[in-house]
Design a protein around this ligand. Structure first.
Ligand SMILES: NC(=O)C1=CN([C@@H]2O[C@H](COP(=O)(O)OP(=O)(O)OC[C@H]3O[C@@H](n4cnc5c(N)ncnc54)[C@H](O)[C@@H]3O)[C@@H](O)[C@H]2O)C=CC1
Ligand SMILES: O=C([O-])CC(=O)C(=O)O
Length: 339
């Protein structure tokens, strides 16, 4: 059964629940990059989401095969796959566009090293969304998220269709990791370890607010430092273990499906859906940083309310201090690319 709160675990609904959910508001969701390491399992998980009525899978290679495969799963949604030349058709009438298109890291690379390849992929896809589905909600997974989200914003802005309430950088994997890693050292259930992770999505820009959850409050010294490092560099752990074969795909697909489900519940009118996401934000705009991830309430129009950070410990103040200049640089790089 689906969790009712964005911060709880995402669990695929049972078939009986799916069949009884036909009255739920349903929505066309498009995945751009559906043939990839994230795109394939993400498409599978979205096929199990009863809030998705149509699943549109697009990639420059392989999307039709993924669509044929996923379409046999016994849930009610329709699935269509589109090849490279049919991007407009894939986007037609879509409410939600999820973008995991682009290259992943190899050992020794930073997320910023992906900029040269992924910036133009994301810009061109955003331009197509602006043209074909200008009111769609856009969920950006492609790295470096700190730069690709500003790229999408600037591209939509250029086309005259940017609505800040409908653009989201997906930072859910950081939240999922924080929850799991904290639960692993405290013995608490991950469901009780809902750590708000704020800032951006790369190394020092990832700021876990452990002091805001009871299980994390008392951590200090080496165990605190180790946990923060693991949350900030969890992606590197996977890149290293995959040894040249890419970065996190399965946990990211889970995180992407979880965030998409949260957004769909908000769009359908559910109240109290609150989760961290990287959005255009006033929180640090006075410092020239106009995108930031913090707890955001999702509603019928997308972003309903951006929550303030709340009280920070001295250690968290320091983490935030380290985050801001790096994040600013990443955002400016994205903006400059489109300008
Ligand atoms: N936001 C996050 O937390 C995370 C982000 N990522 C990022 O997600 C991205 C994708 O990662 P993977 O799926 O592992 O890579 P992958 O290489 O397995 O898949 C990428 C897919 O994008 C497709 N693609 C390339 N250009 C395209 C275009 N113009 N239009 C449509 N599709 C296109 C490729 O054909 C491929 O199927 C990477 O940039 C990675 O760094 C990965 C993990 C977590
Ligand atoms: O580490 C990477 O490159 C992929 C990613 O963003 C993550 O796993 O958090």
């Amino acid at each position: 059964m689906f969790a009712r709160n964005a911060s709880r675990a995402f669990v695929a609904p049972s078939a009986s629940r799916l069949f009884s959910s036909s009255s739920a508001r349903q929505t066309k969701v498009t995945v751009l990059g559906a043939g990839g390491g994230i795109g394939q399992p993400l498409s599978l998980l979205l096929k199990t989401d009863p809030l998705v009525s149509n699943l549109s899978l697009y990639d420059i290679r392989g999307a039709q095969g993924v669509a044929a495969d996923v379409s046999h799963v016994d849930t009610a949604s329709e699935v269509n796959g589109y090849p490279m030349e049919n991007l407009d058709e894939a986007l037609d009438g879509t409410k939600v566009v999820v973008i995991p298109a682009g290259v992943p890291r190899k050992p020794g690379m930073t997320r910023d090293d992906l900029f040269n390849t992924n910036a133009s992929i994301v810009r061109d896809l955003a331009a197509a969304v602006a043209r074909v589905a200008p009111t769609a909600n856009i969920l950006v997974i492609s790295n470096p998220v700190n730069s690709t989200v500003p790229i999408v914003a600037a591209t939509l802005d250029k086309a005259g269709v940017f609505d800040p309430a409908r653009l989201f950088g997906v930072t859910t994997l950081d939240v999922v990791r924080a929850s799991r890693f904290l639960s692993a050292i405290t013995g608490a259930s991950p469901a009780d370890c809902n750590v708000p992770v704020v800032g951006g999505h790369s190394g020092p820009t990832i700021v876990p607010l452990l002091s805001q959850v009871p299980q994390g409050k008392s951590l200090q010294g080496e165990s605190y430092d180790k946990l923060v490092h693991r949350i900030q560099f969890g992606g590197d752990e996977v890149v290293k273990a995959k040894d040249g074969a890419g970065s996190a795909t399965l946990s990211m697909a889970y995180a992407g499906a979880k965030f998409t489900n949260s957004l769909l519940r908000g769009l359908a009118g559910e109240k109290g859906v609150v989760t961290p996401t990287f959005v255009k934000s006033p929180l640090f705009a006075d410092k020239g940083i106009d995108f930031f991830s913090s707890l955001v309430e999702l509603g019928v129009n997308g972003v309903e309310k951006i929550h303030p950070l709340g009280p920070l410990s001295a250690s968290e103040e320091k983490l935030l201090e380290a985050c801001l200049p790096e994040l600013k640089k990443n955002i400016e790089k994205g903006k400059a690319f489109v300008a």
